[in-house]
Design a protein around this ligand. Structure first.
Ligand SMILES: [Zn+2]
Length: 442
C-alpha cells in the first residue's frame, strides 16, 4: 500500500505547463499532486523545502539504458536509479538494444518492466526500420498499440529518401513523432571508420579525422522537406550546429510541426574542451579525452552560442541527455577506438541551471525545457511533466547547493560523464515517483 501523502512545505513551485511560479505548499500522492491545498491530511508527512524549487518530475527525451543486450554498461534498474537522482521520472528509451526494439512484444515488455522495479517511468521510442537496418519499415500501428510514443532509428539515421518518406507517412497516419539522429554517415564515415570529433583546429592538430557540420544540417534540411510534405511531426535529437538550428527555426516560423532538443554537453562545452586538461597543444589522439567523445561531437563556440540563443528564443523545445553509458574498459580503448557517448541523467538539470544563474533564462524556462517542453514534443502535454498529471512525480532542487561531479557520486553503472571534476551550483535533493520518496541527497 502506498497511500501516504507528503506535504512539501514552503518551496518555490514551478510548473511551466500551467505558467506557475509561486511560493506554495504541495501535497504529493501516488496518483497526483495538489498545489496550495485547502486542507492537509492529518497523516501527511511534512517536509520543509524552504528555499528549494518544487518541480514536476523531469522528462528526458533521449536515454540509453542498454537493456536488453549491454547490461555491463547499464540496466533498467541502475539507469532508473541514476535518472531519479537527477530528478528525472520519465525516460524515453532508444531502440538500439540487443534485440532491437522493433517488435510490439518487446516494446510492451520494455514499457512494463520498470514498474516492477518501482522505478522511473519508461516510454519507448521504437525502431522505425527492422533491426535499424534502414530499409524495411516497421509496423507503426502495432508499435503504437504496444505503447511506443515515437519512432526513431537513432544512431543509425534513415538515409534512404523513400524509406524516410514512407516512415513520415506512417508517423502521420498513426500520430507518432519521428525522432532523428541527423547525421549523413556518408560524410562522417570512411571505410566504416567514424570520424571521432568535429572538424576544428584541435582535431587537425591532434591528427584525427573530423566530422563536417553539414553532415547534420544536410539531413535536417532533407527531413524537414519530407516531413512538411507528409504533414508529419519531426524532432531533431541532440541538435548541435547553428545551421541545423536555423533550419528548425525557419520551419517553425512556417508553421511546420518541427521541434528540436539540445544536450547539456553541447550547451556547455566546445571542441576545445575535447583536449585533455593540462595539454596546451594537442599533437595526437592521446591528448584527447575519451569522456568528451560523443555523437554528434562537441562543436565550436558559434554553434554553442546558437544553441544557448535557442534556449532563450524558444527554438529549442527540450533539453535531453542522450545518456549513453559505456564501461571503463571500453572508453579505455582511447579517443579514436573507444565508443561514442557520455552519461548525463544525474547532471542534466544542474548543468541547465548554469544558464539560470548567469541570467540567460528564467527558472520557469529551465523547468519547461525538461518538463512541459519534452511533453509537448511527444504530444503528451498535460499528462507528464506537470502537476496537472495523474502521477505523484516531483523533483525538489536546491538551486544554491554546490556539488562536485565525481565518479563515486554517480549511480549510473558507467562513469563516462563529460562533466567529471566540474562543480555545479544546484542539485536535485529529493525525487518522488508515484508519491514515494525514491531519492534523497544525504
Ligand atoms: Zn543519437
Amino acid at each position: 500500500m502506498n497511500d501516504t501523502a507528503t506535504l512539501l512545505r514552503g518551496g518555490r513551485v514551478l510548473d511551466a505547463h500551467r505558467g506557475l511560479d509561486v511560493v506554495a505548499d504541495v501535497i504529493v500522492r501516488r496518483d497526483g499532486c495538489t498545489v496550495a491545498p485547502d486542507r492537509v491530511p492529518r497523516s501527511a508527512r511534512v517536509v520543509d523545502v524552504d528555499g528549494c524549487w518544487v518541480m514536476p518530475g523531469l522528462v528526458d527525451l533521449q536515454v540509453h539504458f542498454r537493456e536488453p543486450g549491454f547490461t555491463h554498461k547499464e540496466d533498467l534498474l541502475s539507469g532508473s536509479r541514476a535518472a531519479l537522482a537527477g530528478g528525472v521520472t520519465t525516460c524515453i528509451v532508444m531502440p538500439n538494444t540487443q534485440p532491437t526494439l522493433d517488435d510490439p512484444a518487446l516494446v510492451r515488455e520494455q514499457s512494463a518492466k520498470p514498474l516492477r522495479h518501482g522505478g522511473v517511468r519508461i516510454l519507448v521510442a521504437a525502431a522505425a526500420t527492422k533491426g535499424l537496418g534502414g530499409t524495411l519499415v516497421t509496423d507503426a500501428a502495432a508499435l503504437k498499440a504496444a505503447g511506443a510514443v515515437a519512432l526513431t532509428d537513432d544512431g543509425l539515421p534513415v538515409l534512404d529518401d523513400a524509406v524516410m518518406a514512407a516512415t513520415f507517412a506512417a508517423c502521420r497516419a498513426h500520430d507518432l513523432v519521428f525522432l532523428q539522429h541527423a547525421e549523413d554517415l556518408r560524410q562522417t564515415q570512411v571505410d566504416g571508420h567514424h570520424a571521432p570529433m568535429s572538424e576544428s583546429s584541435a582535431q587537425r592538430a591532434a591528427g584525427v579525422r573530423g566530422q563536417p557540420r553539414r553532415a547534420e544540417s544536410d539531413v535536417v534540411a532533407r527531413d524537414i522537406a519530407l516531413a512538411e510534405a507528409a504533414g508529419a511531426r519531426y524532432h531533431v535529437l541532440h541538435c548541435s550546429t547553428a545551421a541545423s538550428l536555423a533550419l528548425v527555426k525557419a520551419a517553425k516560423a512556417r508553421g511546420a510541426r518541427v521541434t528540436c532538443e539540445a544536450s547539456p554537453h553541447h550547451l556547455l562545452l566546445t571542441d576545445a574542451d575535447v583536449v585533455k586538461h593540462g595539454v596546451t597543444h594537442p599533437t595526437s589522439a592521446d591528448d584527447l579525452d575519451p569522456n568528451k567523445k560523443m555523437n554528434p561531437p562537441l562543436r565550436d563556440v558559434a554553434d554553442r552560442a546558437a544553441l544557448v540563443q535557442g534556449l532563450v528564443d524558444g527554438t529549442v523545445d527540450s533539453v535531453a541527455t542522450d545518456h549513453a553509458p559505456h564501461a571503463a574498459h571500453e572508453k579505455a580503448r582511447g579517443f579514436v577506438d573507444g565508443p561514442f557517448g557520455v552519461i548525463g541523467l544525474e547532471t542534466a538539470f544542474a548543468a541547465l541551471l548554469t544558464f539560470v544563474h548567469d541570467g540567460t533564462i528564467t527558472p520557469l524556462r529551465a523547468v519547461e525545457l525538461m518538463t512541459s517542453g519534452p511533453a509537448r514534443v511527444l504530444g503528451m502535454a498535460g499528462q507528464i511533466g506537470t502537476f496537472a498529471g495523474d502521477s505523484g512525480d516531483v523533483a525538489v532542487v536546491d538551486p544554491r547547493r554546490p556539488w562536485a561531479v565525481t565518479p563515486s557520486k554517480l549511480l549510473s553503472r558507467s562513469k563516462n560523464s563529460a562533466f567529471l571534476g566540474r562543480t555545479f551550483t544546484g542539485r536535485v535533493v529529493q525525487t518522488y515517483r508515484r508519491g514515494l520518496c525514491v531519492w534523497q541527497v544525504v
